[in-house]
Design a protein around this ligand. Sequence first.
Ligand code: NAD
Ligand code: 2HG
Length: 410
Amino acid sequence: MKTSYPKQDIKVLLLEGVSQSAVETFRQAGYTQIEYHQKSLPEAELKARVAEAHIVGIRSRSHLTADVLAEAKRLIAVGCFCIGTNQVDLATAKKLGVPVFNAPYSNTRSVAELVLAETIMLLRGIPQKNALCHRGGWTKSAAGSYEARGKTLGVIGYGHIGTQVGVLAEGLGMQVIFHDIETKLSLGNARAAASLDDLLERSDVVTLHVPETPATQMMISAEQLAKMRAGSLLINASRGTVVDIDALASALRREHLAGAAIDVFPVEPKGNDDPFVSPLVGMDNVILTPHIGGSTLEAQDNIGIEVAAKLVRYSDNGSTLSAVNFPEVSLPEHPKSRRLLHIHQNVPGVLSRINELFSAGNINIDAQFLQTDPQVGYVVIDVSADEAQANALKDKLAAIQGTLRTRVLY
Ligand SMILES: NC(=O)c1ccc[n+]([C@@H]2O[C@H](COP(=O)([O-])OP(=O)(O)OC[C@H]3O[C@@H](n4cnc5c(N)ncnc54)[C@H](O)[C@@H]3O)[C@@H](O)[C@H]2O)c1
Ligand SMILES: O=C(O)CC[C@@H](O)C(=O)O
């Protein structure tokens, strides 16, 4: 059956070197117009490219702000080929009728493994020993070197990654305590700390696994660092805005903290050719990594398939299951019907005007799916109609006041 919007007309823009598995997933689904960039784009170019695109795929460096999204007149959906979605103005995307998808679990294990490795390295003082050996030095000594066994790991943000870190750390014989804003089921022998301060005061190693939100901005500042135990260690593989990096540098210089492992920074280079600047550069007891917590081939390959498949499913079938900013519907295929999508502001009267259109046109509705949230309504209507009727209906649907987006899928 011919669609009103053939796949070969749908432009897919993929940025930041997302895995080739994403490209392959789009190709296998019949999408041919795929523009691929290894890097993020400067804002003016990003706006120009997004203005042409129907589907945009990014990682953590491309910021889809309200300004950028204002250019995105044709945009159907956004894919974040990662876990974090803080780089997209989700509320604006929703107001524009654009669902945003991500891969909420695909790199969880990769981050957890790195954090576990860093915990051991930091406890043994390996970063500074390694640095000294590279300079021709030799510090064969047990001073400042500890086993992980029996030490307390404080996990801040006990979600997918935090729980995995906790489980792996228990395997090493560590005691795990955690702090979260939600009540969480403890895995293994992990226990909730009484408060963030309680966690900071009791932990030998503190690891951060919170999302970037207004509440987590600078949640570890001078005051919190001062509450950490003398000689303790900090790991941040969450978001750069969560830690006051100058205060951390100062705590390390004063040797209040014995070391740190930092993967994410308040300002990160736009690409691999840009310089990296941080007050932590040159500190031998700090492991610095270029935001690669989730960058393993396994994770990137899985993320490419998962997010591309979600975008294809939405574009082909209308399903929004697991969208992070949008009413979720999981739709069956009705190949004998025509499928129309209507995304609208959730204000009284829109649905009745939609239904009036079908009854006035004497069009039989085979199935109808509706999901709303306080701002947006998403209705999918399967009808017995020919192509011309479906396209005429689409135009009438588009004229209903409050309409954000409408399409004929097939
Ligand atoms: N370094 C990397 O490459 C990398 C890779 C993946 C994810 N991340 C980051 O890690 C974050 C966590 O990932 P996840 O999959 O575990 O997310 P998640 O949503 O499963 O878990 C986050 C947890 O943090 C808790 N939380 C939120 N606000 C909090 C607050 N103010 N105080 C305490 N707890 C709070 C939530 O309740 C939740 O349990 C992501 O949002 C992303 O920013 C980084
Ligand atoms: O791949 C990226 O750029 C981001 C990785 C990580 O921070 C995530 O949110 O999944």
